[in-house]
Unconditional design. Structure first.
Length: 175
């Protein structure tokens, strides 16, 4: 069974000041896109690099998640440190994910160039940073999800089957 970590980095959501709609949006979209059996581990944490790093390491190393999806902390503000935390814990960075997400988001808002989403690999886990707004989460996941199952295959993770009625997953014919 595929394990997916979902991490919301938000001081206010982690303090209970408001409901975490972004993490729930990730769960909803992945529920539409994934046809195979999967489970998720969900955490809402403060926006500190130390806490984000610790949580990413736990998701990858302890929980052995095949995919870890984060939301929040990808802008230019001083507290936005999710990309730095991701880079700090990964062996390989996958900049194409961020490039594609920014490209797609630019169709909707000119401020997409301020976004710093990225992705990386830690062991057998793919970590993908998403923006913080539910609408943007859907747009970005629609763009990058077709490549996620094959990437997870290549790093030795679980087989993720896409729901062909909702999204077309790409795997080369030889896979």
């Amino acid at each position: 069974m595929t394990k997916i970590g979902i991490v919301t980095a938000s001081d206010r959501a982690s303090a209970g000041i408001y409901e975490d709609l972004s993490g729930k949006a990730i769960i909803e979209v992945l529920g539409e896109f994934i046809a195979s059996e999967w489970e998720y581990i969900y955490e809402v944490i403060p926006d500190t690099q130390e806490e984000i790093e610790k949580t990413l390491i736990k998701m990858c190393d302890t929980h052995q998640c095949d995919l870890v999806v984060t939301t929040g902390g990808t802008g230019p503000a001083p507290r936005d440190v999710t990309p730095e935390a991701t880079e700090s814990v990964c062996e390989k960075m996958m900049p194409g994910f961020g490039e594609l997400m920014r490209s797609v988001s630019l169709k909707y808002v000119p401020t997409a160039i301020l976004s710093r989403q990225t992705a990386g690999i830690r062991g057998k886990s793919l970590i993908v940073n998403l923006p913080g707004k539910p609408k943007s989460i859907r747009e970005c996941l629609e763009a990058v999800f077709p490549a996620i199952p094959y990437c997870v295959d290549l790093i030795g993770g679980s087989y993720i089957e896409g729901n062909a009625e909702k999204i077309q997953v790409f795997r080369p014919k030889s896979s």
